[in-house]
Design a protein around this ligand. Structure first.
Ligand code: EPZ
Length: 419
């Protein structure tokens, strides 16, 4: 088993590059099955969820090859329409293959998706969107089975702006004859990126990034060359690490525009954040000020994925910060681990109140999900003494070279194999 061994206390100084966004590249790899000729995707992170998506493509009969940060995907000879439990169960994003496989092949059979344990995470909105376009969708022994001779245009009104359901609806809609509309669509930057890729492949999409997305479907898509947008949550993680430890960190190839709510809160807490083109620079000295309340919400609200990293940054701030998690029912599990380090956190349902303490102490910590795991690493870097973080597999699913990048900033962190 691998653990991360972290000795905290050092401020962070230096520059790190931000990789392409995990939550963009995954739906874009699913979208590649719609293309009758090869695609080339640049700025792809080398993480386990991407490897899983490539395995899914292989099992559907698509070819793929990685060259550094670029992926070549050829779905011209795609023949499969089934994703088995060994692959689907590895990540939540496997569900986003449902719409495009159905659009391309007229049928799809997927085992239920896995992913971070953040609560129930149903897929009802995904299925509702496909049914609205005329697909027959059934559950059969832990599998979702969908079929449709043709997909018909519809007005799909999502009761909640689910990111994944919006993506699935957009992807299936490319196979519709006519012009489906998605109302109350998610507005996340990753939706805009998916629309950018589909447009490069010849799709006609309007309104991505607003609550109403229209797709003019029915045209076969061709492959395209596309560059994935920078990962705003990886960016958030490094910003919060510097806020927690002090120092000055420069992030290259970042997008400040997609990180507005976090940047505003970090400035309010006393950090200096400067932006220039695709470079973000944060510097912090002394104790941070607590924030009154941080409430997560759909974009452009404060991202749920940055809640745990920001909590880790504010554990030693002066005063009390209240965190309210509105997206997932069970996304405060890191609080229990952070308490082992001496953090003062009271959790009540979806609310956590953090009262800043003077110091944190190293402890044995268990990462139970991806961003919660990143928060433990941040807290360990800002604590006195040595910590160990197990459950590293969760962190590796979503961060490319996290350990190397933190080391390059002066952090004392290493992977240790233990039996
Ligand atoms: C995406 O998950 C991201 N994952 C998540 O990133 C992110 O936390 C989330 O969006 C919110 O921003 C990927 O893009 C791969 P949702 P997704 O559908 O699509 C409920 C990370 O750490 N819901 O917007 O699964 C759901 O239970 C992760 O990188 C339904 O009720 O999120 C949740 O409460 C984890 N029925 C809420 O909506 C459905 O059919 C938001 O989920 C679908 C969702």
């Amino acid at each position: 088993m691998q653990i991360l061994s972290v000795t905290g206390g050092a401020p962070l100084y230096g520059t790190v590059p931000i990789h392409g966004a995990k939550n963009s590249v995954l739906p874009i790899l699913a979208a590649a099955v719609l293309c009758r000729s090869p695609c080339v995707l640049h700025n792809c992170p080398q993480i386990e969820d991407v490897d899983t998506a490539l395995e899914i493509l292989k099992c559907l009969g698509c070819r793929s090859e990685r060259r550094g940060g670029s992926l070549f995907v050829d779905a011209s000879g795609m023949y499969g329409c089934e994703i088995p439990v060994e692959l689907a169960g590895k990540m939540r994003s496997s569900i986003v293959f449902l719409g495009p496989v159905l659009a391309r092949r007229g049928k799809a059979r997927l085992a239920l998706p896995g992913g971070c344990p953040l609560g129930a995470r149903p897929i009802d909105l995904h299925l509702m969107a496909l049914r609205a376009m005329g697909a027959e969708v059934e559950m059969e022994g832990g599998h979702v089975c969908a079929k449709a001779q043709t997909l018909a245009p519809a007005k799909i009104a999502l009761p909640f702006p689910s990111v994944g359901a919006t993506e699935n609806a957009m992807l299936a809609a490319t196979g519709c004859t006519g012009c489906p509309e998605i109302w109350n669509a998610a507005r996340e930057p990753e939706i805009v990126d998916l629309a950018g890729f589909l447009t490069a492949c010849g799709a006609k999409i309007a309104g991505a990034g607003t609550g109403r997305v229209t797709v003019k479907g029915g045209q076969p898509l061709t492959g395209a060359t596309y560059t994935i947008l920078p990962d705003r949550i990886e960016t958030a993680t490094f910003l919060c690490a510097c806020a927690a430890c002090g120092g000055a960190v420069t992030l290259r190839q970042a997008s400040a525009e997609t990180c507005r709510p976090l940047i505003a809160l970090l400035r309010e807490s006393g950090c200096t954040v400067n932006e220039r083109h695709d470079v973000l620079r944060i510097s912090c000295a002394g104790r941070l000020k607590a924030l009154e309340r941080v409430t997560t919400g759909p974009y452009p609200g404060f991202p749920t994925d940055a809640q745990a990293p920001l909590m880790a940054a504010l554990l030693r701030a002066e005063g009390r910060t209240e965190f309210v998690e509105t997206i997932f029912e069970n996304r405060l599990r890191h609080a229990e681990q952070l308490r082992k380090m001496g953090a003062d956190i009271c959790v009540d349902g979806r609310k956590a109140v953090v009262t800043g303490v003077e110091r944190l102490n190293g402890a044995e910590l268990l990462a139970e999900d991806l961003r919660g795991g990143a928060a433990l690493v941040i807290a360990a870097l800002s604590a006195e003494g040595k910590s160990s973080v197990s459950g590293v597999k969760h962190i590796k699913r979503g961060y490319d070279r996290l350990e190397e990048n933190l080391k390059s900033l002066g952090a004392d962190i290493k992977t240790v194999e233990i039996s």
